[in-house]
Design a protein around this ligand. Structure first.
Ligand SMILES: [Ca+2]
Ligand SMILES: [Ca+2]
Ligand SMILES: [Ca+2]
Length: 225
């Protein structure tokens, strides 16, 4: 079972490649509501993405202009003031893990999305993260994952950080989930370190993390989005 970044994967499924049932269960769903809002004429010109932001996203993501516009409409519909807050973020994920405690894990994913650390996710941050986690190269995805595991942002992952994220994922999966692995978060983190910490200094550099994942399919599945 993949421990990895479950969340962006779900977001991607919900937003880029939606199935009807997903939209129905996700009240914060995008497209249906967007279509409805459009029919109602809810999108005025003031809601348009600035040319500057559009140019930035066209050159920093794999999306074309039409797709970016579509995403933006959805984003504005969910977050009319252009800010995706931690509370809203948690609400989205709780719908998928109703029996577990998603809040801690959401904090970590939120932190990774919120690149300028100003406490909310704006549209650019949102789309950059979705782009990388859904259609980035394996290396791009792993770099993104590395930032999530590096909780204090000092450029290396220590065993406490790894244990913390793994524990947060376990908590989110919930005690009753059949998905929940049998080993403890501590054991899982230790195993990951045993495989990845090449020079045994108790820290994973980005290189060790990337190399470890790229060489080991199991680790990659576990840790990457
Ligand atoms: Ca931000
Ligand atoms: Ca760190
Ligand atoms: Ca090391």
């Amino acid at each position: 079972m993949a421990l990895g970044i479950l969340i962006p994967k779900f977001m991607w499924r919900l937003t880029v490649n939606p199935r009807k049932t997903d939209w129905i269960c996700l009240q914060a769903g995008y497209k249906q509501n967007v279509d409805l809002m459009e029919d109602m004429g809810c999108f005025g010109s003031k809601d348009k993405l600035s040319k500057e932001d559009m140019d930035f996203l066209k050159s920093h993501t794999r999306y074309d202009e039409a797709t970016i516009k579509e995403w933006y409409k959805g984003f504005k519909q969910d977050c009319p003031n252009g800010r995706l807050t931690p509370a809203k973020f948690v609400d989205m994920y709780k719908m998928f893990f109703p029996s577990g405690n998603a809040e801690e894990f959401c904090d970590h994913v939120f932190r990774t999305f919120d690149m300028d650390k100003n406490g909310y996710i704006d549209f650019k941050e949102f789309l950059l993260a979705i782009d990388v986690t859904s259609s980035g190269t394996p290396e791009e995805k792993l770099k993104w994952a590395f930032r999530m595991y590096d909780v204090d942002g000092n450029g290396v992952i220590d065993i406490q950080e790894m244990t913390k994220i793994v524990q947060a994922i376990y908590d989110m999966l919930g005690a009753c989930s059949s998905n929940r692995p049998a080993d403890s978060a501590e054991d899982r983190a230790k195993n990951i370190f045993a495989k990845m910490d090449e020079n045994n200094d108790g820290q994973l550099t980005q290189d060790e993390f990337l190399k470890g994942c790229l060489q080991d399919e199991e680790l990659s599945k576990m840790l990457a989005p």
